[in-house]
Design a protein around this ligand. Sequence first.
Ligand code: AHR
Length: 543
Amino acid sequence: MIRRSAHEPGTRKTSRPHDRLNHSNGATDMKQMKVRLNRDNAIGDTDPRLFGAFVEHLGRCVYGGLFEPGHPTATPQGFRGDVLALVRELAPTIMRYPGGNFVSGYNWEDGVGPVEKRPVRMDLAWLSRDPNTFGTNEFVDWCRLANIEPMLAVNLGTRGPDDARRMVEYCNHPSGTELSDLRRSHGWDDPHEVRFWCLGNEMDGPWQMGSKTATEYGRIATEAAKVMRLTDPRIVLAAAGSSGRNMPTFGQWEEEVLDHTFDHVEFISLHTYLNDYAGDTPAFLASPDLMDGFIEEVVAIVDAVATRKGSSKRVMLSFDEWNVWYRTRRGATRTLPGWPVAPPILEEVYTMKDALAFGGACISLLNHADRVRTACLAQLVNAIAPIMTETGGRAWRQTIFHPFADFSNLGRGTVLAAEVDSPTYDATYFDPRGATALHFPMPEVPYLKVAAVDAGATLTLFLLNRSLDEDASVEIDTGGFGSLSVVRATTLRDDDLEAANTKDAPDRIAPVPLDGVEVSGGVRVTLPPASWNVVQLRATRRQ
Ligand code: AHR
């Protein structure tokens, strides 16, 4: 577990490699690394919900993102066809909606019924105007078109249990009651069958509308859960955990919230946004390892609560907001004056370096597949997103699109415990969020970060080389797999770590073949410096 400590701002240490090799004649040095896998030593099976994402009424995520009537590619309902095509390629499995901070001031009723009667509202989360021309029914329809499971959050900020249970009735009850018949009168005869519900969002955060103490939230979440489940016993519920590992109440919050909600929820949520505010690339690339620590800490807390309650129940983790986010996180890019509709806010342009840290986060999630059963990349389109659009124009893939598509398309199966032998470096990660600026010392960060997924017929290796200047020569002992052959091997890299994809150069950063994967006995592969790599192997027989 990685320890956490607060230092005075300004005393930042820069990251220091342990074993920097000399460069001679411009040649790239090579780090030697080993990975040991054993087919019988598994962490767990990935849940399909691990590969989710998030759509919030925020900036141009909905309006001008996935919904734009009048766009040349729009479906009859106004969904952008070009975005849908990219979403299908990205392959998220579940989609959280409608927030985020937005949900804590949202009236779900505003977004249903005849569009011309829907109110235009002030959105106090993002200081925008919401025309409400897209709401729950449109969202569920969009999910069905994209073959994605909808996940809904209820407002436990400005509203409470009664509105939450009414929303469940509207969405999930077949017919014969006021709200189910209201849905039918709106044109949706069949119930939406939404299974996964979030009990509010980031309720510990002072920025949240209707934020609460752990006691206040624990009580209201319990009461909301009770009436929601009475309305539809098939739903699963997630309590809101801390909005970040660096919140001053992290730990106490989880303990007290679960003390109240333990019998009523299946999940507790985690949120993390990785940053490079400090401009320290090695520390930034190390930062996904803090997600490993965060997950393990939350597991310890929730299981301690179970022990105290004498229960063998295992509350699972819903990592329902994760991404890289820092350039547009503060100040002028967060909101715009004048209560605009769909302002271009939080439109983070992701670089090669960001894609590497992001890939590291995918590996962290895979390697905790036993307890992280749900996760949502925040978000999907335009606002801190893998897909960017021009309103009225083109759509393209950001750098982070590629590791996510690899993760989702190839990460399904049994995650094996990978024993990694790698040279390491020391880093100190800076995180300014929360009451105090925090510096996380990260000693002995392995240059190589790995996940291995056994899907029966295939073994897929996800390999992040965090060395900025050296190749990694990796020897993988694939115990129990018998003979293997390469199905595909790709690498994502660029000499310029600040390079990004733009509308005019949408494929500047894209995966290319990774040459030279050798398969005989085990697997041997050479990874370029600062690269995200995926090697998919066909497993011909079980040994
Ligand atoms: O994803 C952007 C915002 O980040 C969400 O609205 C909020 O939950 C988090 O703080």
